[in-house]
Design a protein around this ligand. Structure first.
Ligand code: IPE
Ligand code: IPE
Ligand code: MG
Length: 306
């Protein structure tokens, strides 16, 4: 099994029992689990319970992300989307925001330094959210990572920073309005599928929407994370703070999914059929949609060149 090396401190070890259970899950599960979305919640409560500094809880939370990437990769999962900082988190104290941004800066810089390894392993790293609001240097390292790794599909990590679904939907509406203004599409071309396709351009590199929406810390909230992408995902709420999340928790999450995946696939298929009923195959419309999606993708790529 190849080791995912995002940085030099990445060091995942399995006990023989964990490896054994992992192999059973990887080769024994029938579901085709491709993409997990995670709200990494509970860093401060974890620190408080262990009488650690709040910043230490956030650092341990960031370290955990690299372990989880390795575990997911070893289980054959292709894409991971994580909520690292929401636009609502800007309401926290300036001191805490600075701490979180310093951790993000440190981790992104470590990854940039390991770019050779990232290329070797063909890992795609994307930072998703309202990136204009990020501190300049974090913006630069994010764009650099995206520019260099955009085409890889061996493993995809989407880090959502300064993100909320509301904000993402707002930018989709703006893009659609602009496309209408430029006459790339007509207002009647906009339908449910086009909204979702616009999302896919920005949030899924492998083309798979999240199969599982997972939130740690025991809170039963979505907190505005990938609401449209996760509309057919299985929602799983784990009663463990993020820094304490272990490979056993991940196995438990996957088994939950495996038990229900047949029902989920059936529901997804039914919904697709309903949406497709009554759709006309209008060649001209399809052409316009194609041009619009290319324009959207081009805009994304242009931003990476800046
Ligand atoms: C999640 O942990 C990390 C971020 C939101 C950045 P929290 O900081 O929300 O920790 P809790 O949920 O208050 O314990
Ligand atoms: C959600 O956690 C955001 C992230 C994990 C980045 P929060 O702790 O900020 O969410 P609420 O405020 O409890 O809903
Ligand atoms: Mg929280």
């Amino acid at each position: 099994m190849s080791v995912l090396e995002f940085n030099n401190s990445n060091n995942v070890h399995y006990s023989w029992l964990q490896r054994f259970a992992g192999n059973i899950i990887r080769y024994g599960c029938t579901s085709r689990l491709q993409h997990i979305a995670i709200v990494m919640d509970g860093n401060r409560r974890f620190a408080r319970d262990l009488k650690l500094e709040r910043a230490r809880g956030h650092t341990l939370g960031a370290d955990k992300l690299f372990d989880v990437c390795q575990w997911c990769h070893d289980l054959g999962i292709k894409e991971l989307s994580v909520y690292a900082f929401s636009l609502e988190n800007l309401k926290r104290s300036q001191d805490e925001i600075d701490t979180l941004m310093n951790i993000a800066r440190l981790k992104l810089n470590e990854i940039v330094k390991s770019l050779d390894k990232i290329h070797e392993q063909q890992i795609c790293i994307r930072v998703i959210g309202n990136l204009d609001l990020l501190p300049d240097d974090i913006q630069q390292s994010s764009y650099r990572l995206m520019k260099e790794t955009d085409h890889y599909k061996n493993f995809v990590l989407n880090v959502c920073l300064y993100y909320t679904s509301r904000n993402e939907i707002t930018s989709i509406i703006k893009n659609l309005a602009q496309a209408c203004e430029k006459d790339l599409i007509h207002i009647d071309d906009i339908d449910d599928d086009l909204i979702i396709e616009s999302l896919i351009v920005s949030t899924s590199q492998t083309g798979h929407l999240p199969d599982i929406f997972l939130r740690t810390s025991g809170e039963l909230r979505l907190s505005d994370f990938m609401l449209l992408q996760c509309r057919f995902s299985m929602w799983i709420f784990a009663d463990v703070y993020w820094p304490a999340f272990s490979v056993w928790h991940l196995y438990w999450v996957i088994l939950q999914f495996e038990m229900k995946s047949k029902t989920l696939t059936d529901i997804q298929k039914q919904c697709k059929n309903i949406l497709q009923q009554g759709k006309t195959t209008d060649e001209k419309r399809n052409e316009r949609i194609h041009t619009y999606l290319n324009w959207l993708e081009q805009q994304r790529i242009e931003r990476l060149k800046l």
